[in-house]
Ligand binder design. Structure first.
Ligand code: T3D
Length: 254
């Protein structure tokens, strides 16, 4: 369901239902969740790269999964929420390579990347209201933070289909690259992060996500706590030592 492949310190995860535009089912979500858990448990994994097989990144929930039956939405959403908690709390930096359409919860998953690349020809659509649903998988949390409330209103109420270039202009992705070099560029980026100070990346993500809901005083206090944690890593010691010795640091991810 999710293909797992090691490329040095990078774990490449590929959503693999290409014939269904990588539409999300309970099975695919479970496989993604287990893959993320494994990434956390393996200290030799220093970065994760998530992409989709075939021509889509992910069309979101597989709208045929439940046939004519209505799912138990609250139970069903717990499967999504578990994955979103795993992505937002991933103990490694996450690069997402959006290779094609990213719709609904598929777009939500893509946005959880710390760094996001898209191929020319990829597209983004929130999709939820088109089928009479509200945003999920953290999109109501993340989208206004990424693009501002006003743009999030437009993207959620009208659900336009954004090109990769439009997504770049809005800050939904960090770079657009030719389709044929997407994986290579995303892998190179992930390899760079895999040689970096893993804890500092993860704690930086935590700060960026947490401080939105905190007062300045609380944000300063959290910065101090997490700086304490980062400051106790060997990577911090190595970073300072390398600076003084005028050489590139050799971070070990601890
Ligand atoms: O349980 C719950 O519902 C709660 C959870 C919700 C989370 C969500 O993700 S809700 C949002 C679900 N996703 C969508 O509504 C997206 C629907 N799809 C699209 O908007 C477009 O298909 C895409 C933008 C993804 C791709 O467009 P395009 O033009 O490249 O392809 P297409 O021609 O629209 O679709 C190709 C085929 O894939 C087509 O099937 P066919 O006609 O060739 O047999 C289409 O029906 C199928 N398909 C596309 N998306 C889905 C899908 N089949 C099942 N589920 C899908 N999500």
């Amino acid at each position: 369901m999710v293909l797992r492949e090691r490329q040095g310190g990078v774990l490449l995860l590929t959503l693999n239902r290409p014939e269904k535009l990588n539409a999300l089912t309970a099975e695919l979500l479970e496989s993604l969740y287990q893959s993320l858990k494994e990434a956390n448990q393996d200290p030799s994994v220093r970065a994760v790269l998530l992409t989709g097989a075939g021509k889509a990144f992910s069309a979101g929930q597989d709208l045929n999964e439940f046939g004519e039956e209505k799912p138990d939405y609250e139970g069903h959403l717990r499967r999504y929420n578990r994955v979103v908690e795993a992505l937002s709390g991933l103990e490694k930096p996450l690069v997402v390579a959006v290779n094609g359409p990213a719709a609904g919860a598929g777009m939500s998953l893509a946005l959880w990347g710390d760094l996001r690349l898209a191929a020319v020809g990829a597209s983004f659509t929130t999709a939820f209201v088109r089928i009479g649903l509200v945003p999920d998988s953290g999109m109501s949390f993340l989208l206004p933070r990424l693009v501002g409330l006003s743009k999030a209103q437009e993207l959620l109420f009208l659900s336009p289909r954004l090109s990769a270039e439009e997504a770049l202009a809005l800050g939904l992705v960090h770079k657009v690259v030719p389709a044929e070099s997407l994986l290579e560029e995303a892998l190179a980026l992930a390899q760079t992060l895999a040689q970096g100070p893993t804890r500092a990346y993860v704690l930086t993500r935590k700060l960026l996500l947490e401080t939105y809901r905190l007062s300045l005083t609380e944000a300063l206090s959290l910065e101090a706590i997490l700086q304490g944690e980062a400051g106790r890593t060997q990577d911090h010691e190595e970073g300072v030592r390398a600076f003084r010795e005028k050489r590139p640091p050799r971070f070990q991810g601890r």
